[in-house]
Write a new protein. Sequence first.
Length: 141
Amino acid sequence: MARLPESVLDYAVRINHLDLVANGAAFAVELLLLCVLGSFGLCLRFYSAMSIGFSFPNHKGLLSVAFYIATGIALQIQGGLGMALVTDSWFHRLLLGWEPNVSVVAGMHLGMWFLIVLELIYCAVFYFLTVYFLQKHLNLE
């Protein structure tokens, strides 16, 4: 068996190392973006519950807490339905039949971007809910 020259082996090690560093940095940026969006989403959920609660004439604080709990319950139900859709359904069988030609690292990046898009949708829903109730139904009497 022929041995490869040292310079080729060194080059292969450097390329692999740079690939790991680049993917690690990209994954860290995606994780940071997901954390920032999650913080924004939590604040928007607080504000939407308060804007809904303050649209009523009485018991504004109590209704704000009740609507925060209600949005939590609604999100848990949607999450459960989403998990049920993925576990054993037509969608799961569709995913099982799909054979992507992506590496594990690319799959992780795709998964992170999928979560970032879901978090953006989450933020947008609570943002527009907050703006709607602040513009149309705010009752500060």
